[in-house]
Design a protein around this ligand. Structure first.
Ligand SMILES: CC(C)(COP(=O)(O)OP(=O)(O)OC[C@H]1O[C@@H](n2cnc3c(N)ncnc32)[C@H](O)[C@@H]1OP(=O)(O)O)[C@@H](O)C(=O)NCCC(=O)NCCS
Length: 145
């Protein structure tokens, strides 16, 4: 397994073929992504999003979308927007490898925490995060407008 970054620090896509290859796996987590996946992801990247893939040869095993930011509540943190392992490759350590990569990158960026939101219905993912030694530290509130 190899971990490949497909964006640079300025939000530029440095591996467009890999972005295309990631779409099917990404849609397993986010089926509501619009048909024009590349344009949507360009907007996400323009606002600080970055993306890393776990690959084996030409196969995408898993993906993470993340960003680094600082707020008043914490210092710099790496926030994970999306984490998904292709359903044919789950429970083989791909998710763990992505979390390890994100943790290492966070340390490189002097971030003090890895943070994320996870829908309350994703109970299996919650077991995974607890095993990865995440703590549940807040409730996330959302008001549709
Ligand atoms: C959550 C998710 C990303 C985890 O990815 P994964 O690649 O399956 O993660 P891992 O393989 O590292 O670990 C998963 C399980 O496999 C087990 N495992 C890891 N390596 C293993 C191995 N070599 N052999 C057998 N089992 C193994 C782990 O014990 C772990 O068990 P747990 O989930 O009960 O803690 C994945 O299940 C997924 O994509 N889910 C759907 C999307 C989703 O909900 N994403 C989170 C959004 S917030």
């Amino acid at each position: 397994m190899q971990l490949i970054e497909i964006t640079d620090g300025q939000g530029r896509i440095i591996a467009p073929d890999w972005l295309q290859a990631a779409e099917a796996t990404h849609r397993q987590l986010r089926p509501q992504l619009p048909p024009d996946y590349a344009t949507k992801m360009q907007r996400v990247f323009a606002q600080g999003g970055r993306m890393v893939l776990a690959v084996d040869g030409e196969a995408v095993l898993g993906i993470a979308v993340w960003r680094c930011f600082e707020n008043t509540h914490q210092g710099a943190q790496v926030y994970v927007d999306d984490l998904v392992t292709d359903d044919a490759h789950r429970s083989q350590g791909v998710g763990h490898a992505l979390i390890e990569w994100l943790s290492a990158r966070a340390r490189m960026l002097s971030a003090t925490a890895l943070t994320l939101d996870s829908g309350t219905q994703r109970r299996e993912a919650h077991r995974f995060y607890l095993r990865e030694r995440f703590d549940i530290t807040s409730f996330h509130f959302n008001k549709n407008l």
